[in-house]
Write a protein that binds this ligand. Structure first.
Ligand code: MN
Ligand code: MN
Length: 472
């Protein structure tokens, strides 16, 4: 199939818009490296556009009307937004859904130890990573430490140029003969992804007696604990109730001499989260109510109270319908959801010029080729996927063609080479139409993933066209 060349179609004015959106996207990526940070960014942007918190509306008893904008945050890690349309919920709503969690290393609950004069934090990786990619690169620690008195300490160390960074050590090549013979999955093992956080023993003033100094056990660990106490106000046992995520340090960057791409941590799936959010904020009042879900825990199976399988989304729809005076019984909710249409906004694998054989190029997506649709994902014969309906795909093609959106249809690599999943199948449980639709990514799940600015822009425009035009 001949796809139109996306970059070639833009006017100068459009290129300016494309750069503006991508500059904002780079900031979004750089400021939101955890689910919680993303939710903060999203809420700030939404409130600036007049979105009001659902819980406040419920408390005030205020009813919702056409054009009203509402959001609801669940446990600081997932968020759902609504813009009330002209048609009743009973005729269905249009939904965009992306995830805001990304693969990383999480600090364990009992993490801190001393070995060979280093203070080290033990981690447990989150999501699918090639573990060898996480050694010998600058890392930042983001997250929260919640203390038993209910206070929360927010941690963000390693992003400011003046901040220290952290790292996982790697064996020098000179002594790596045995290591280099191992399988890639065993070169660096999960239990060895431990972060070096210090190397200086605790220093005492002259008022401490010499014999006490000599007796000090684990002096480097003690020094780190002293810093955590003085600078952040928490103690070793507070790690038990902490959520600390270790991520590659540094801002998202433009890539290529032509600055055509973006290289950043966490583009799976913040590229779709950002484009969905931007589309949602820029939308006029549509015929159908529009909803955007930006959700946690996709990378580990959409589990937990903040994952897509949680009821928080369904509950929020019920509450919003109620405030619109459209919730008489659960049947109203069921009907509304069954008649809805969704774009499960997630990334797809772009053809990699170094690993072409992993793809079947007639059915693969290319960086700079426009929005990617995946009719299905899954593995071993489409297992575990949402296989979108042909009628729905035809309706979407019409909407995208009319809006002159560039798009490509792809599978996630060659048959039987592997596979992956998204949140699509969960929304499909309501009986609604769902298809995976997002951005092609190179180096997916690596510390630095690459996307095309043209795809970011095209996806943003595609989401707007879908919300405005989809009515099936
Ligand atoms: Mn994803
Ligand atoms: Mn992923």
């Amino acid at each position: 199939m001949e796809y139109d060349k996306v970059w070639k179609k833009y006017s100068q004015a459009e290129l300016k818009k494309l750069e503006k959106i991508n500059a904002e996207y780079i900031d979004f990526l750089s400021n939101g490296k955890t689910e919680r940070e993303c939710v903060d960014e999203i809420v700030n942007m939404a409130e600036a556009e007049g979105y009001v918190e659902l819980e406040k509306l419920i408390a005030s008893g205020k009813k919702l009307k056409i054009g009203d904008k509402v959001y609801s945050v669940w446990m600081n890690k997932s968020v759902v937004m609504f813009k009330i349309g002209k048609k009743p919920f009973s005729e269905g709503i249009n939904i965009l859904g992306a995830h805001i969690d990304s693969p990383r290393m999480d600090v364990k609950q009992n993490p801190l130890y001393e070995k060979d004069d280093f203070a080290i934090l033990d981690t447990h990786y989150y999501g699918g990573i090639k573990k060898y990619q996480y050694v010998a690169l600058p890392l930042a620690i983001h997250g929260v430490v919640v203390k038993t008195d209910g206070t929360t300490v927010e941690i963000n160390v390693g992003e400011d140029p003046d901040d220290p960074v952290f790292f996982v050590s790697d064996l020098l090549i000179h002594l790596a003969q045995e290591q280099m013979e191992k399988k890639a999955s065993k070169v660096v093992e999960g239990e060895d992804l431990d972060i070096i956080v210090g190397n200086k023993p605790i220093v005492f003033g002259n008022d401490v007696k010499a014999k006490d100094k000599k007796d000090e056990k684990e002096p480097v660990k003690k020094a780190i604990l002293q810093i955590l106490k003085d600078q952040y106000g928490f103690e070793e046992k507070d790690f038990l109730s902490a959520e600390l995520e270790v991520v590659p340090a540094g801002r998202a960057r433009e890539a290529g001499f032509d600055r055509s791409m973006i290289l950043s941590y966490g583009q799976d799936d913040r590229v779709c989260a950002y484009t969905s959010l931007r589309a949602m904020l820029d939308l006029p009042t549509c015929d159908r109510t529009v909803c955007t879900i930006l959700v946690d825990k996709e990378e580990i199976g959409s589990v937990g109270a903040t994952g897509m399988r949680s009821k928080f989304f369904e509950n929020a729809v019920a509450e919003v319908m109620n405030l619109c005076g459209e919730y008489k019984s659960e049947l109203d909710l069921k009907r509304a959801l069954a008649r809805s249409c969704m774009l499960s906004s997630d990334v797809s694998a772009a053809v990699d010029p170094n690993y072409e054989s992993a793809f079947e190029k007639k059915n693969a997506s290319f960086l700079g080729g426009g929005v990617v649709f995946n009719k299905f994902t899954g593995s071993r014969g489409k297992s575990g996927s949402n296989d979108a309906n042909a009628e729905y795909i035809a309706a979407i093609r019409k909407v995208y063609d009319d809006a002159k959106i560039s798009y490509q249809f792809a599978e996630l690599g060659r048959v039987d080479l592997g596979g992956g999943g998204t949140i699509a199948y969960i929304l499909a449980l309501y009986g609604m139409n769902v298809i995976d639709c997002g951005v092609a990514v190179l180096n997916m799940h690596s510390p630095w993933e690459a996307t095309s600015k043209a795809d970011v822009y095209e996806t943003y425009k595609g989401y707007i066209a879908f919300c405005k035009g989809m009515d099936l």
